[in-house]
Design a protein around this ligand. Structure first.
Ligand code: TYD
Length: 207
């Protein structure tokens, strides 16, 4: 059986990563490669309930509580959805994962990054994505794409989102083998081709 892969899509709200994940899924479908889509927060079942709280709860939410909710959802996603599919040899595409918590709760909210790394390791049982795409875009453009209807995270302000962006770029510097930065200002088709190329190269290297 072919080796499964765990690929994550990361970046600012409105960076276009979800569209690119769908396009890669269509590409895999055409090639008859077994895959599975999931997302954080969310996935399915219990994960969707946690997502609802995280994005729509109107009362005060402490930064640590927010982190633990993302982490609880992550443990569920890894145990129930990601690991079983990778073990079956599937390509798992996940919209957001560990790097979101480092970028948003660490760089964005200012929580201690070492601690977040430790908590991420507990939530994932030390499993890391094989490959991660970070879609990089300037904050003004991404906020324009999000529009006026912002959820709790999207309403956090321009400085917060600039810190998140810089956090992602810092992570990519630290782990260049795993994390590939994509210029999200390019056209949808150009980005799709770039992703296929990276995916194919990675697939060849990892077989
Ligand atoms: P979502 O609607 O999925 O945004 P997008 O479509 O842009 O991915 O909302 C997820 C929000 O949660 C997004 O603002 C990023 C944030 N988030 C964190 O702050 N920490 C995390 O660990 C995760 C997974 C997401």
């Amino acid at each position: 059986m072919k080796k499964g892969l765990f690929i994550t899509f990361e970046g600012a709200d409105g960076c276009g990563k979800t569209t690119q994940m769908q396009l890669l899924a269509e590409y895999l479908e055409k090639k008859n490669i077994a895959f599975l889509l999931t997302r954080e927060p969310g996935g399915k079942g219990l994960g969707e309930k946690v997502r609802e709280i995280l994005l729509n709860y109107k009362g005060p939410v402490s930064d640590r509580c927010e982190s633990f909710l993302f982490l609880a959802d992550r443990a569920q996603n890894i145990d129930i959805i990601v690991n079983p599919a990778v073990a079956e040899g599937k390509i798992v595409l996940c919209d957001r994962h560990i790097d979101s918590t480092v970028a948003y709760q660490g760089y964005g909210r200012g929580l201690d990054i070492e601690r977040i790394n430790m908590l991420n390791n507990i939530a994932t049982n030390n499993k890391k994505p094989d490959l991660t795409f970070v879609f990089d875009i300037d904050v003004e453009t991404s906020m324009k794409r999000v529009g006026k209807e912002k959820d709790r995270m999207e309403s956090a302000g321009i400085e917060f989102h600039n810190r998140v962006r810089n956090g992602y770029l810092e992570l990519a510097k630290q782990e260049p083998e795993r994390i590939k930065v994509i210029n999200a200002a390019k056209s949808i088709e150009e980005i799709h081709q770039e992703i296929i190329q990276i995916f194919e190269t990675y697939g060849r290297l990892s077989q």
